[in-house]
Design a protein. Structure first.
Length: 95
C-alpha cells in the first residue's frame, strides 16, 4: 500500500506536514518533488520525498517539470496528522 510504514515517521516529518497544512509550502513539480517551506529549500529532502511517496503530500496544481507549485496534504496526510496530534494531546505547533 505505501512505501514505508507510518510508524517510521519522525517529529520532523510531522512538522513538515503541519507546515504544508498551514499553506507555507511548495513542491517542485517532478517525480521526486523537493519541498520548500516559507520560500526556502527544506533541509531534509529525503524526508520530503518520503512524504510524497507515502501519498501524504501532493502538488495542488499541475506544473511544468521543476516548477514550484503549492503543496497540500492528501486525505491520508490529514488523517495521519490528526491522529498524531490526538496522540500527542493536541500539540499543533508549526514547523
Amino acid at each position: 500500500m505505501f512505501a514505508a510504514p507510518y510508524s517510521d515517521l519522525t517529529h520532523r516529518h510531522l512538522a513538515m506536514l503541519r507546515a504544508v497544512r498551514a499553506g507555507r509550502c511548495e513542491l517542485s513539480y517532478s517525480c521526486e518533488p523537493d519541498l520548500f517551506i516559507d520560500g526556502r529549500t527544506s533541509c531534509d529532502q529525503v524526508a520530503a520525498h518520503l512524504l510524497a511517496k507515502l501519498g501524504l503530500i501532493r502538488p495542488t496544481i499541475t506544473g511544468a517539470v521543476g516548477q514550484r507549485v503549492p503543496a497540500q496534504l492528501t486525505r491520508a496526510g490529514l488523517e495521519l496528522l490528526a491522529k498524531a496530534e490526538r496522540a500527542a494531546g493536541g500539540i499543533a505547533d508549526a514547523a
